[in-house]
Structure formats: C-alpha cells, structure tokens
Design a protein around this ligand. Sequence first.
Ligand code: SAM
Ligand code: SF4
Length: 357
Amino acid sequence: MKVTAIDLGLPRVVQEPSKTDTAARPDTPGLVDSFGRVATDLRVSLTDKCNLRCTYCMPADGLDWMPDEQLLSDAELLRLMRIAVEMLGITDIRLTGGEPLLRPRLEDLVAEITSLHPRPRVAMTTNGIGFAKRAKRFAEAGLDRINVSLDTVDRETFQRVTRRDRLSHVLAALAAAREVGLDPVKINAVLIRGVNEHEVTSLLRFTLEHGYHLRFIEQMPLDAQHSWDRANMITADEILSMLRTEFTLTPSTEARGGAPAERWIVDGGVGDVGVIASVTRPFCAACDRTRLTADGAIRSCLFSQAETDLRALLRGGADDDEIADAWRATMWAKLAGHEINDAGFAQPLRPMSSIGG
Ligand code: SAM
Ligand code: SF4
C-alpha cells in the first residue's frame, strides 16, 4: 500500500494492515482490540470543512480543506458503512466533521444508512447551522439523535468563540430538533477560560428550561493551531464546582457503558448534566469507538498517530473481505489509552476537524 498525503500540508501517516501483528487476534468478526475492547460505535467524518471557526478547533482563516477528489464519495462511504454494519458488528453510526451539514445530499445519505441491515442507530454531531429548515427531512430519513454544539447562550460571546454571528441559527436548530421528535437533543459545550466559563450555570439553566441534555467537554489538544494549554483548560472538577454554586448534583446510578460522559442528576431530577473529562478522567478502558475520516482513513482513536488508508483499498479494487480485514487489523492494534497525560505525548497530525469529533 502506498503512503499518500492529506491536504493539511502534513504527511498522511499510513499503517499497512499487512504489517500489523494480528497473530494473536482471536478469530472473531467484530472489531476487537488486544485489550479486549470491542468497537461497535463508528464515527464518520463527512467533510473537514466548516462554516464556523471555533477558537479551540481551528484558526480564523480556516484550513486548507481536502480537495474533493480525496473525499470519499457517497457510494464509497456507504460501502464502508455497510461492511461495518454487516461484517464488523457496528451498531451505532455518528455523522460528524468538520460540519456534516455541509455535505451535499446528507438527508439521502442518512436514509441509505438507516436502510442497512441490521439497521444501525444514526446520530449526528453538528453546529446546527441550516439544520432548522432540514430537520423534518432528517427525521423522515431516520436520523435518531442529534448533538448540537453550543458553548454560550450570549450572542456576543458566541461571536467571540465561533468568530461568526450565528447564535440564532443554533438555537433554531435545537428547537427544530425537538419539534420533529429527535430524542434526546443533546448540547455539547466546551469552556474557554476567560471567555465563556462564567456561562456554565446559564447554559445548564437554558438546557433545563428547554428539556435538552447538556454535556461539557474538557478541551483537548486537538486544535489545528496547537494552542491547547493544560494550565488553561477548564477541568471537570472546576466545571462541577461552578455548577454546584447553583445546583445540587447527584451522581447518576445508570450504567455508563462506553459512554464518555459522567452524568449527574440535577436538583433531584429536574434534568441531568454530563462531563466528558477526556483529559483529567480518561475513559479509554471502556472505549467502544472506531473512526472513519472523510478521506477514507480508519483510526482506532482520536489521538492515534497511525491510521489505515481504506480509500486506497476501495479504489484499488479490494473486495469486502480485504477491507474488513484491514479494519479489524487497525482496531486490533489500538493502544490502551490516549497518553495525553504522559510526558512523551505528541498531538496527532490531524486536527479534530479533520478526524471527526
Ligand atoms: N462541527 C460539528 C460541531 O461542532 O458539532 C462537528 C464536529 S466538532 C469537531 C465535534 C465536537 O468537537 C464539537 O462538540 C466541538 O465542540 C468539539 N471540539 C472541537 N474541538 C475540540 C477540542 N479541541 N477539545 C474538545 N472538544 C472539541
Ligand atoms: Fe466547526 Fe465544529 Fe470545529 Fe466549531 S468545533 S470550528 S463548528 S468543526
């Protein structure tokens, strides 16, 4: 397999499946790794492009987007998702990006994914821009759930965080998602010190008022401009103590499974709040995810330094079994954890917007 390059001005790291040591891998169809975890949740990045410029994600000028010919076509994406569902045991597919709503004909793609057998649950993580007027079509196509990213309910702060004046579009997306019956409607929020941390309680108040479900995500070293600074990151402990100034939080007793968020019941049951503490309380031991980038690379982890180029296999005429085997080998080689807290940690070459968050 040849080593190619992605268009971020960065080398495309490719791991050749044939060279991965799979001798000890049990003969099982699923995406098992050498630590006994089984991936059943596929995150698919549909594009690296975005119409916002969140400061913790990408620079003001955006990035050099992948050229169209490098992106998987709908037919290629569907073939990989079919292999994942039919041959590899994937039960959940989350569409993300970049901004997934920028992918043309996305409603049709969702309808095709929900027609796969066995039918996977289909979710989307989106900034919500343009979703409101398409919400009904997505619901009809079978979209099950949505996570909308919203870091503030204040218009000026929204502009500071995303560098765009689009708060009203995101609020409309949330309302439309609820209106068409998507359940739950979740909000993902990232806090930035000195910018929106003071909004932690107003965000929770807003979500409780509307019946949404809020998840705070600790900022991770995955921004394209490599400006993440541990000292500046707002930790789960800080988030919880800020919330406790106004709310009573009781740990949820529901089994967490592979879910990344630790959950708390708010004020005895008026709602809940979650914190995804990827940095300070890593949940790698329970990870059940595998990732497909918009240009056809499989990654076993957000923080992987290596990935497998399935696009080359697809376009080189490989059959389904060869593709499935390459996917299995990639996941078998998954590391125990992301190593953010180790001295030798190196940020992956791809930023979050190119991997799919
Ligand atoms: N554009 C869509 C959105 O914003 O929802 C999907 C892609 S975005 C990369 C997915 C999620 O990753 C968003 O909730 C975003 O807030 C989060 N995110 C982006 N950069 C992050 C970072 N450096 N650390 C933690 N979360 C991040
Ligand atoms: Fe775009 Fe999502 Fe990144 Fe914000 S977090 S810049 S919306 S990809």
